[in-house]
Write a protein that binds this ligand. Structure first.
Ligand code: SF4
Length: 349
């Protein structure tokens, strides 16, 4: 059962959209906190009415944790859709993450990284598809297509033969709720010649390495690392394995002869919990030197939707990113060059 929209939800959507639209960091930050405070008030108001928050329908079957609002929706075939996460030469935003194609098959990501850019999309467009759960905190809502098996079956995978498709751009493809579907996609699409850029923070991908390694020319496996500082990682990625464990995924991938990549992102400015940014990037570079991934990218923290409110709440301090992108880019290249590594920096746009 999906709750009806209410004025608080309209305000959250409005402020979250404003936060994404403002070029001024101060205005974006103010709008983000207005949305965030409205979300807190909405929670209290719903609790005071005793409205059940969770849709229990088949929730257990989807391994959705307690406290996470859940819904289902229907998606359409083909599962592969266009994506702008590609190079500017191919008409994208400048990120080399696919040949312009992506497969997303969940709304929400239970990893709930505080800085994630995806919540902004769902707060703006998600209600029509999955209901008012999108006005909950990022990481605390999750929806999956009820017809996903059917759509995977009906997708004519051969159409993307020789083309790189990203798995995935709006959720981790190895969440416990979706990893069996990811396996099914790989089993169907790899024999048809489809190439994949798999982007994950979850070691569950290791269960598929034997399969993937049979198609090693078609797959690159990438993880993201924001910091080697475990306290910072725990604060901003509380439901994800430690950075070192993520790097071990890539070492295993290397042993299987797979193409690997690391996205050093998002790089945070100076913080009480981790004061020395350059030393942190250098610690990541030093670790990468031990297995030399095929691709290295970097990106600083950007404001998207209300992510700055989640981040500052988690860190207990204000985070100032004004002018930080340029400095972080310089440190990224300098740190990599210390270990004879090269990478591509994705500038704020
Ligand atoms: S794993 Fe990726 S999609 Fe999921 S919350 Fe973290 S950054 Fe967002």
């Amino acid at each position: 059962m999906i709750e009806e929209s209410n004025p608080a939800e309209d305000s959250i959507r409005h402020f979250a959209a404003q936060a994404s639209a403002f070029k001024s960091h101060k205005k974006a930050r103010d709008a983000a906190f207005k949305a965030w405070r409205t979300m807190r008030a909405r929670e209290l108001e719903i609790a005071s009415r005793g409205v059940p928050r969770l849709d229990k329908f088949n929730k257990d079957a989807y391994l959705v944790p307690e406290g996470v609002s859940f819904s289902t929706y229907r998606t359409s075939s083909p599962l592969v859709k266009t994506s702008k996460l590609t190079s500017k030469e191919n008409g994208g935003v400048g990120k080399e993450l696919s040949d312009g194609w992506v497969a997303n098959y969940a709304t929400g990501c239970t990893h709930g990284c505080k800085f994630c850019y995806v919540d902004a999309i769902h707060k703006k467009f998600g209600q029509k598809r999955v209901g008012s759960i999108v006005y909950d905190d990022w990481g605390d809502y999750f929806a999956i297509p009820s017809n996903l098996d059917e759509v995977i079956e009906n997708t004519k995978w051969k159409r993307w033969s020789g083309t790189e498709v990203m798995l995935s751009s709006t959720h981790d493809p190895y969440l416990p709720q979706v990893n069996k579907y990811t396996r099914k996609i790989l089993e169907k699409a790899l024999p048809e010649g489809v190439k994949f850029c798999i982007q994950t923070r979850n070691p569950l991908v290791e269960r598929d390495m034997e399969l993937i390694s049979q198609y090693r020319d078609q797959v690159r496996l990438q993880v993201s690392i924001a910091s080697m500082n475990e306290d910072l990682s725990r604060a901003i990625e509380p439901r994800v394995v430690k950075p070192e464990r993520r790097l071990q995924i890539l070492e295993k991938a290397r042993e299987h002869g797979l193409n690997t990549g690391v996205i050093i992102a998002p790089v945070f400015p100076e913080l009480k919990i981790r004061p020395h940014v350059y030393a942190d990037i250098k610690a990541i570079a030093s670790r990468l030197e031990t297995f030399r991934p095929d691709h290295i990218y970097g990106e600083s923290l950007h404001l998207r939707g209300i992510n700055i409110a989640y981040v500052e709440d988690a860190l207990g301090q204000a985070v100032n990113i004004d002018g930080f992108d340029k400095k972080a880019e310089e440190w990224f290249h300098k740190a990599l060059s210390c270990y004879n590594l090269k990478g591509i920096w994705w500038k704020e746009f």
